[in-house]
Design a protein. Structure first.
Length: 146
């Protein structure tokens, strides 16, 4: 089988798009888009200078237009990690939380956390509490209302 220039551009473009799956920067993806579009140009023109010119142009265009859009989308999808992931969760009270900022304990993934009611509410053992904020190693919770 004889490979023509457009075959090579297409194979390189697909390989770069696959590489982009493993890299988060969209640089390889920009070059992949450039190579795929250049394969269309190469189908109609055998001039390598024109192909390189179009490859450069398509790659820069993809990088300039698409990358900022993807960066905005990526920032929106940030997920809370570590302790921040506890905020908003409902937890089971394992040691009574008293009124007027008297600390009790809740259990999270096998770990005991010192817990205080934000509104000075009383929580009995077995009740559910929703985490509002974290300060150091203390969870601040409120009652869950349905």
């Amino acid at each position: 089988m004889v490979f023509e220039a457009w075959h090579i551009w297409l194979i390189v473009g697909i390989a770069l798009m696959v590489l982009e799956i493993f890299t988060p920067s969209f640089v390889a993806g920009s070059f992949g888009i450039g190579a795929i579009f250049t394969s269309l140009v190469a189908y109609f023109s055998d001039n390598i200078n024109i192909q390189i010119l179009f490859f450069t142009g398509f790659s820069v265009l993809a990088f300039v237009l698409i990358r900022p859009l993807l960066k905005r989308i990526e920032k929106k999808r940030e997920t809370a990690t570590n302790m921040d992931s506890l905020i908003g969760q409902s937890l089971m009270v394992v040691e009574e939380i008293g009124p007027d900022q008297k600390a009790g304990y809740t259990k999270v993934d096998g770990d005991m956390w010192r817990t205080i009611s934000i509104q000075g509410e009383h929580f009995k053992v077995g009740e559910k509490a929703k985490v509002i904020r974290i300060d150091g190693n203390t969870l601040y919770v409120e009652k869950i209302t349905f």
